[in-house]
Design a protein. Structure first.
Length: 254
């Protein structure tokens, strides 16, 4: 799924008549991710024999010694072995599970729990305050789709080759801007609006990259319970690689 996206960007650059080094600079800027989406949003080519890669909502299954407040809902548990290997540019476990629990309207309440393969777990149900509380939603499977992402608000100023090419020439600037518009359309796949592992932050206001972090996972409230908030979990590459998930930062945008 990743190679065709890169080639589509190259085709867009050729169609605009841009020099190859300019287009390639934009291609290099893209970062890989893994989208987690419902089955009905999967690309046709990935549906046959598809294996669930995650489970959203419902109760979490955590080791008995993990202490998470009862009011913090389970967002998603990822089956690490079902995530395509060699895609992400962050260090993600190859086996076991990673559970993400967060109060989606409160950035101070979030937990990432690593559950090693074969570890004994107990079911932990979220405490619902009302009979129709969305946190009581039944669990449902999600499927992995490799993808690419660009930085928020991609502009020619992000790419030195594009700045040099367009400097002082309005027509060249228009062509480069045409490529950034085309890239936005190419990256806006229907399965790309849900939970995401890695890649550039989809933050609406404060990208995690602005403070030197990289995205671990982003969880739109709409993808789990319905609602308008976006939970971003991020940290340094070292924290992620060393599995220091208790040091990761949670931020909620609405």
């Amino acid at each position: 799924m990743i190679a065709p996206i890169r080639e589509a960007v190259r085709d867009a650059g050729r169609g605009l008549g841009l020099p190859e080094p300019v287009t390639e600079a934009f291609v290099r800027l893209l970062r890989p991710c893994v989208h987690l989406c419902p089955y009905d949003q999967l690309p046709e080519g990935l549906r046959e024999g598809a294996r669930p890669a995650a489970r959203a909502a419902g109760p979490a299954h955590l080791p008995e010694n993990v202490d998470v407040p009862a009011y913090v809902p389970h967002l998603v548990t990822i089956d690490c072995a079902a995530i395509p290997s060699g895609v992400l540019d962050i260090d993600f476990p190859a086996d076991g599970h990673v559970a993400v629990l967060a109060e989606v309207t409160d950035q101070d309440e979030g937990f990432v729990v690593r559950v090693p393969a074969g570890a004994a777990t107990v079911e932990r149900r979220p405490r619902a305050s009302e009979p129709d509380d969305p946190r009581s939603r039944a669990p449902f499977p999600l499927y992995a789709v490799p993808g690419l992402t660009g930085p928020a608000g991609l502009r020619r100023s992000h790419v030195a080759e594009a700045v040099a090419y367009a400097e002082g020439d309005a027509e060249r600037a228009r062509l480069v801007d045409g490529l950034t518009d085309a890239m936005g359309a190419i990256l806006a796949v229907r399965w790309g609006y849900g939970i995401r592992l890695g890649g550039f932050s989809p933050a609406w206001h404060n990208p995690v990259e602005d403070r030197g972090n990289v995205l671990f996972v982003s969880v739109p409230e709409s993808a789990v319970f319905g609602g308008d908030c976006l939970t971003l979990v991020s940290g340094t590459r070292e924290q992620i690689a060393e599995r220091r998930y208790d040091a990761l930062e949670f931020e909620v945008e609405s």
